[in-house]
Design a binder for this molecule. Structure first.
Ligand code: AHM
Ligand code: MG
Length: 338
């Protein structure tokens, strides 16, 4: 079958009644913004976009020039199209309602414009993550509280992975599909329809330099994997950690595995390291739609009722059986220590 473009895929989804014209436009605009970010990243040092911006975001993290630039690209691209009521980003303390000068739509867009920022300056894959929610009925000027909907309310989620090739991976609730950027044509082309994550895996992804800070059940879970064939898991495991969630999740989306950023004593007060609304939830939606599972270690990620725009959570996602195993370690520990 001849590969189809993202545009054709979306138009066909619209004609079949699965998405409406506004959501189609929204996804097209997001894809265009990702292309612009991809172009900036691919220029590397020549584009003058590497290095620190000299500013910090609300979460106390030093911003890179590309964090700031990608955030501006997303805001600029999405403000005027008439498909959104508001936006929220990792890089902005509060949500951003669409200015009155522009037409307004019914969707809310949340995004991490440049995920894996620590990898920018070393030419390793980074990404953009986004999540789309409906604006509650009757609200024309959404505030932070209107974004606080569980992941199960998402109507669309996706990420762009800026690696050796740029990919856009997308779900609107009917499977997860991958598109590769054809730079000569300037368009995303479907290269993976209906991605499926293998249920079982022998590969885990975690920053094990944090091991001594983890909770006991996480320590036991990883110890048991490291014991390999001779241990309780009865098989050898491999480990990968890119420190770009998009790149690690994309590998898992392609060949299976479990990605984890667990609770540890350094981030316990904050609830975890990764952010629920624009990192964990959109990735969970994509993973579940590809047959995988996503959990906090104690409950389904997409059932978490959010309490803050920048809320953090522990994360376990990927191959279904492996995520269930990780959750079992946590729940059994909790039951014994109740
Ligand atoms: P960022 O959004 O500020 O880039 O932070 C999120 C990133 C994830 O992409 C990645 O999985 C994690 O932070 C890496 O953390 P660490 O440096 O602790 O390994
Ligand atoms: Mg991030």
């Amino acid at each position: 079958m001849k590969p189809i473009s993202l545009t054709r895929f979306l138009i066909e989804e619209q004609h079949a009644g699965f998405i409406n014209a506004d959501l189609r436009l929204l996804i097209e605009v997001v894809a265009r913004a990702c292309k612009t970010i991809s172009t900036a990243i691919s220029k590397g040092e020549l584009g003058g976009v590497l290095g620190g911006a000299g500013t910090g975001n609300i979460q106390g993290e030093a911003q890179q020039k590309l964090d700031v630039l990608s955030n501006e690209i997303f805001l600029e691209a999405n403000e005027w199209g008439g498909h959104l009521a508001g936006l929220a980003s990792e890089e902005m303390e509060h949500s951003h309602p669409i200015p009155n000068a522009y037409p307004k739509g019914n969707y809310l867009l949340l995004f991490d414009p440049l995920d894996g920022s620590s990898n920018i300056d070393v030419n390793i894959t980074v990404g953009t993550i986004f999540s789309v929610l409906r604006c509650p009925d009757g609200i024309t000027e959404p505030e932070d509280e209107h974004f606080l909907q569980p992941g199960s309310a998402q109507v669309c989620a996706g990420y762009a992975s800026y690696g050796p090739s740029t990919m856009l991976v997308l779900t609107t609730g009917r499977g997860t599909h991958g598109f590769t950027l054809d730079r000569e044509q300037g368009s995303f082309v479907m290269t993976k329809r209906d991605m499926k994550i293998p249920d079982e895996t022998k590969e885990f992804s975690v920053n094990s330099s944090n091991q001594r800070f983890w909770e006991t059940p996480m320590q036991t879970y990883v110890d048991d994997m490291l014991k390999g064939k001779e241990g309780p898991r009865g098989r050898d495991f491999n480990m990968r950690w890119i420190a770009s969630m998009v790149a690690d999740v994309h590998r898992i989306m392609t060949r299976g595995g479990i990605f984890s950023y667990p609770l540890d004593s350094k981030c316990r007060d904050k609830g975890g390291k990764l952010r629920l609304m624009y990192e964990a939830n959109p990735m969970s939606f994509l993973i579940e739609q590809a047959g995988g599972a996503a959990s906090t270690g104690r409950m389904r990620m997409m059932d978490v009722q959010p309490t803050g725009l920048h809320q953090r959570v522990p994360v376990f996602m990927g191959s279904k059986t492996e995520v269930e195993t990780a959750v079992k370690y946590h729940l059994e520990f909790d039951a014994k220590n109740a």
